[in-house]
Write a protein that binds this ligand. Sequence first.
Ligand code: OAD
Length: 235
Amino acid sequence: MRKRLMVVFSGAGLSAESGLPTFRAADGLWENQRVEDVATPEGFNRDPKLVLEFYAARLKACRAAAPNAAHLAISRLQDRYDVVNFTQNVDDLLERAGCTHVYHLHGSLFRRRCTACEYVGDQSVPVAIGDSCPQCAAQLRPDVVWFGEGVRMPPRTKIARMISQMVTNLGVFICIGTSLQVYPAARLVTDFARVRRKYVINPEPVRPSGFTLLQGPAASQMVALADALERGDCL
Ligand code: OAD
């Protein structure tokens, strides 16, 4: 029998209990750095060394972290659902938990790309000043999406197909650990409005209309939701 489709849209809160801090929009700081200094193209042009060191530290922290119970619960649901993950996270914790279908909308700490041409490559060591593109010799940079840059969304037709499959086949849409503020969060929430079973997991009372709010940390809430879905219950 064909499995039902589940789309999981995640943000920094999913990895918080793995020890990877969320981006704090309120004070505009991320790991004690001003966001505009370390997560914008202008910041990189001003001080590339600072930015490269910042992302080298993020890569190191990511390697030292392990998937938490929320990542593992999402992975476990693959036995019952076709799970497609759209994540804003640049870590690899979903993949390390065993998730096989992950779109990184904001890029990945494990890839590098050229500042001048289209080159993108995997990386096991972080980019440093002087690391040059194998195609055009320009400076390389992490393949993460900074503020003001384009998000890596799947084609609209693919998303439309997913939505109609979920509407007709009682699919499930879960938003977990995201403030739902940065594009394309708000757009996805609207796109998936027709899906009946929709959940938001967040310690804060974030609740787009039509969603069931499971208020609390990702790990305990996601495990409870996965248990319920496996039993065939609706929370
Ligand atoms: P944010 O840091 O904006 O939001 C994190 C969300 O996680 C907040 O809503 C928190 O309430 C929630 N949260 C915190 N701890 C949690 C926990 N233990 N369990 C569940 N939820 C928890 O992160 P994103 O929504 O991912 O972009 O932000 C999107 C983008 O803004 C990021 O990818 C990054 C950031 O700037 C760029 O760098 C371009």
